[in-house]
Design a protein around this ligand. Structure first.
Ligand code: NDP
Length: 259
C-alpha cells in the first residue's frame, strides 16, 4: 500500500526550481519582471537583463531584501557582445545556468502600407535575432553541463497572423516557434525547450506602437488582459517538471479572448 506523505514532508520536498540559476531577458517590466519575482520566491537564483538598469537594480534590491538571490546585467539583446557578457556573468557568479528565458520583445503595430521599416527592423532584431544571440551564448554552456532549459516567449500571434497591423510582429513570433521547434529537435536529449504562447497579458507591451490608430486599437483590445502572473505560473510549471519531461508548448489566453 502506498505510504502517504505528511504535509511537512510534502512541503520539504524540492520544488525543482529552488537553487536553479535562471537568466531572464526583458526583466525590467511585464512578464519578465513578474516571472523573476515568482521564480525568486520559489528559490531560484535569478539573473536579470534589460536596457533599463535602474529598474533592474530596484528589482534586485527588492528580491534580495526578501531573502532571494538576484543579480542584474544591463543588456541590449540586439548586441551579441552584451548577450555573451550576460551569459558569462551568470556562469561566473553562480557557476552554471539552468534556464534561459528569452523574453525581451517589442510589439509595434502598424499597417504594412505605412512601411515603418525601422520598426520592422527593431522587431526582427529584438524578437528574433536577440533570441538567437541568447541561444548562441547559452547553448555551449548547456552542452558542457549536459543540461539546460530554453524558454522562449512567442505569442498567440505566432499561431495566427494578427492582421492588419501585426503582420511583422506575427512574423517574428512565428519565427520564435519555428526556431524553438528546430532547437528542440537538434539539441534535445538532455536540453529542454519550451515555447510559451500567451494572449493579451497586462504589461507595457501594448504601448509599443507609434501608429496612433493601431495603438488605440491595441490598448482597447488589452482591456481584458490577464495578469502577468498567469505566464509566470506557466513558466514555473515547465521548469518544475522532472529533467526527463520537456513541456514543449503552452498556449494561454484570457478566457474571453477570441483571437
Ligand atoms: P513589456 O514591454 O512590459 O516588456 C518588454 C521587456 O523587453 C522589457 O523588460 C524591455 O526592457 C525588454 N526589452 C525590449 N527591448 C529590449 C532590448 N533591445 N534588449 C533587452 N531588453 C529589451 O512587454 P511584455 O512583458 O508583455 O513582453 C515580454 C514578452 O512577451 C515579449 O517577447 C512579448 O512579445 C511577449 N508577449 C507578450 C504578450 C502580452 O500580451 N503582454 C502576449 C504574447 C507575447 P528595457 O526596455 O528596459 O530594455
Amino acid at each position: 500500500m502506498a505510504k502517504y506523505k505528511t504535509t511537512d514532508e510534502v512541503l520539504s520536498m524540492s520544488n525543482n526550481i529552488s537553487g536553479k540559476v535562471v537568466v531572464i531577458t526583458g526583466a525590467s517590466s511585464g512578464l519578465g519582471e513578474v516571472t523573476a519575482r515568482h521564480l525568486a520566491a520559489l528559490g531560484a537564483r535569478v539573473v536579470l537583463a534589460a536596457r533599463r538598469k535602474d529598474k533592474l537594480d530596484a528589482l534586485v534590491a527588492e528580491l534580495t531584501n526578501a531573502g532571494g538571490q538576484a543579480i542584474a546585467y544591463q543588456t541590449d539583446v540586439t548586441s551579441q557582445e552584451e548577450v555573451k557578457t550576460l551569459i558569462q556573468g551568470a556562469v561566473d557568479t553562480y557557476g552554471r545556468i539552468d534556464v534561459l528565458i528569452n523574453n525581451a520583445g517589442l510589439m509595434a503595430i502598424a499597417p504594412l502600407s505605412d512601411t515603418r521599416t525601422d520598426e520592422w527592423d527593431r522587431m526582427i532584431d529584438i524578437n528574433i535575432k536577440g533570441l538567437l544571440y541568447g541561444v548562441a551564448a547559452a547553448l555551449p554552456v548547456f552542452q558542457k553541463q549536459n543540461s539546460g532549459h530554453f524558454i522562449n516567449i512567442a505569442s498567440v500571434a505566432g499561431l495566427k497572423v494578427f492582421s492588419p497591423g501585426g503582420t511583422v510582429y506575427s512574423g517574428t513570433k512565428f519565427a520564435v516557434r519555428a526556431i524553438s521547434e528546430g532547437l528542440r529537435h537538434e539539441v534535445g536529449g538532455s536540453i529542454r525547450t519550451t515555447t510559451i504562447e500567451p494572449g493579451a497579458v497586462d504589461s507595457e507591451l501594448k504601448f509599443g506602437s507609434t501608429h496612433q490608430q493601431s495603438r488605440d486599437f491595441v490598448v482597447d483590445f488589452y482591456k481584458h488582459a490577464i495578469p502577468a502572473e498567469s505566464v509566470a505560473r506557466a513558466i514555473a510549471f515547465a521548469i518544475e517538471q522532472p529533467a526527463d519531461v520537456d513541456i514543449n508548448e503552452i498556449v494561454l489566453r484570457p478566457t474571453v479572448q477570441e483571437f
